[in-house]
Design a protein. Structure first.
Length: 92
């Protein structure tokens, strides 16, 4: 179950009209910040790897992408582990 669906199901029915715009606004805020953060991380790791590799830019860029992918995978894994804490709400 996606987080958006979970939030909408756990919100009281009289507040759904307020929750829906908040979830879309928060996703419109979080996604660009995540893209900017990963782009900045990629640039920083590439520059650090260039100094470590002694000027071999192709190797440094590959290692920078590897570091960025590892960071994204760790974030995804922590999100998956966090999702196990969310219990399903059964409405009667």
């Amino acid at each position: 179950m996606s987080l958006n669906t979970y939030i909408l199901q756990s919100a009281p029915s009289e507040l759904i009209s307020r929750v829906t715009p908040l979830t879309s606004a928060s996703s419109n805020l979080v996604i660009p910040i995540a893209i900017a953060g990963l782009s900045n991380f990629l640039a920083l790791r590439t520059n650090a790897r260039i100094t470590m590799a002694g000027g071999n830019t192709a190797l440094a860029e590959m290692k920078g992408y590897s570091d960025t992918f590892l960071l994204a995978a760790c974030i995804a894994l922590s999100g998956a582990l966090f999702s196990l804490l969310l219990g399903s709400k059964h409405h009667s």
